[in-house]
Design a protein around this ligand. Sequence first.
Ligand code: SF4
Length: 414
Amino acid sequence: MPQIALEQRLEVRFSVLPPLALYVHIPWCVRKCPYCDFNSHERAEALPEREYVERLIADLESLLPSVWGRRLTSVFIGGGTPSLFSPAAIDDLLGAVRARLPLEPGAEITLEANPGTVEAARFRGFREAGVNRISLGVQSFDDRMLGALGRIHGAAEARNAVDAALASFDNVNIDLMYGLPAQTVDMAGADIGAALACGVPHISAYQLTIEPNTAFYRRPPPLPEHDDCADMQLAVEEALAGAGYEHYETSAFARPGRRCRHNLNYWEFGDYVGIGAGAHGKVSFPDRVTRHERIKQPRDYLAGTATLAREFTVPPEELPFEFMLNALRLIDGFAISLFGERTGLPFISVVKQLEEAERRGLVQRDWQHVRPTERGRLFLNELLALFVGGGNGGRESGVPVALRATRTSSPAER
Ligand code: SF4
């Protein structure tokens, strides 16, 4: 066999499988926000709560043969707006999950909630159902910005929701956005100040981006200039650092000990099963890594007998890119040993690309660790391009799948 063929063949071999998490997608919202490209749909009259939970359970059961004997390290109920479901429905769901897949002791169980759909009693109900972390889609504490974003809540409702969440949960995330229509740097600074005043242990701060298939894409609002957005990002990062929050991922900030374990599992390229309309998953086997997608339209998901839309083995040469796409979002980068543990590939398969990344000033490395430099984080696309298609650069293959995988976690944090 020619030498070149030997060099190119990558084989996946796991001695220990990665940690396993569960993502549950609930696809309904009160109203569709004009910037949102997630699989979320305006609710009709009554939500088909019972039917949907039954479908989720059937969906999970269909996945069980692929994850026998494994334990869940975290559960994330995202959407959409999962807080539209009653505590009783969430209780049924989590009870069914526990009966089918053992949870690690103290497993993180997050539920995404939106102001305007929750009050104190509802939070208490979620707590009693076993939820131990709440992620609140606040987005802004400024009524003008909330109006421009088409949110169903105002600033007062946002504050009430945060207070009500903190009365039942000590682990609460707030999603905040900057770079909003007609927002100034001072307004963004005031917003982060308001978020800090709430005293939550975790804040996710994102710049608004205009995505295809959204109302904002068809009718773009007046957005701040690029330089202003960069200043807003800096102001947000400085305010959070000054208040003792650790910046641990591109958009995530946490008080010590409060990093989101579920999202860390994505960024560290762990496994996860995804159930619910349009949910994605990634499951490793001793000799391969697979991905699955569930049927996207809630109506079809509820109606048919099958829930699986697509399942495939990830080509081994795409795994380095997928790993880097996630792990290089982490401010501290990753331990070299993690690459083999999570891709099943030898580290040697990415050494050349990392040498090139180091030469360009995009990463720093020692014999134990790889860390993106500030330049690497700023030019993440250039850094990631080195790993596309096993390092030959420029090929698009693998990008959409991996991006979606990341965003499967993030909807719940946005
Ligand atoms: S941004 Fe959140 S609340 Fe708005 S439509 Fe999308 S999922 Fe629903």
